[in-house]
Write a protein that binds this ligand. Sequence first.
Ligand code: R5P
Length: 291
Amino acid sequence: MVKFTVIGGCGSSDLAKRIARKLKATYIKTEKKVFPDGESKITINQIPKKSIVVVVQSTNPPVDSNLLELLSIVSKVQKFSSKVYAVIPYMGYARQDREFLGGEIVTIGVIGKLLKASGVKKVLTVDIHSKLALKELKIPSENVSAMEVLVNHFKKMRIKEPLVVSPDLGGKERAKQFANLLKTDFIALKKHRDRKTGKVTILSGKINVKNRDLIIVDDMISTGGSIFKATQFLKKHKCKRVFVACTHALLVNDAAKKIKNAGVSQIISTNTIPGDSAKVDVSKVISDALR
Ligand code: R5P
């Protein structure tokens, strides 16, 4: 039997403990102290014994600080294990996977280099924003899907004949998979995002959602702009209730309030990022992939 040690970064300690329990692994806690100048000091409260060491840390806000914490923990524990895996349930910077406008830096590639240099042998993540981002890491990596566990949650809600909606064409396959698992139909809206201002516009024409309960499915919610605009558009077409399912609920600033004000009944996300909407546990999906 493979022996694991799980270390939870400060941003992901609850999920890390759940993964450790599933793997019957030793759990090591970390502490982070932030000095007045913004520097952080990371401490692990135990040295790992000979095993595969799994460091769990999402890189949600504070993104760079969480990333540095992950890199610091890895660079410490790689002295005691030749196999250090980074479980990054939410992978920040994955949207910066290509040069959209001239001069932009493909930062996800930089993250890959940093992970490798600190001693990471393998990366495991959940519903990464794009396949290209995974490729740009240029380090052995695996992406697991939370769609099935999210769908299981929605099955229990017993919504009658829901229509699954992707807020953009890029998410069409995700919506199709969600709808297939839920045994229902789906549509994908056409969305435009201004690359300079970030402003979102829905470009779709007339759609038939009248009197249907809807589930908008996305990989992540950041500012809430995409879900806000999609909900406004869907409500204009006289749908019934709107639910939102997503893997990573960053919900920065007043995003949750904005989404609720647009008419969304409930946001359901996974615990890749802790928060009020994180009702779906991905620890089994992650631990199954690690075994
Ligand atoms: C875009 O392609 C993504 O799938 C999400 O729709 C987007 O990143 C969400 O960002 P925001 O909540 O800021 O609109």
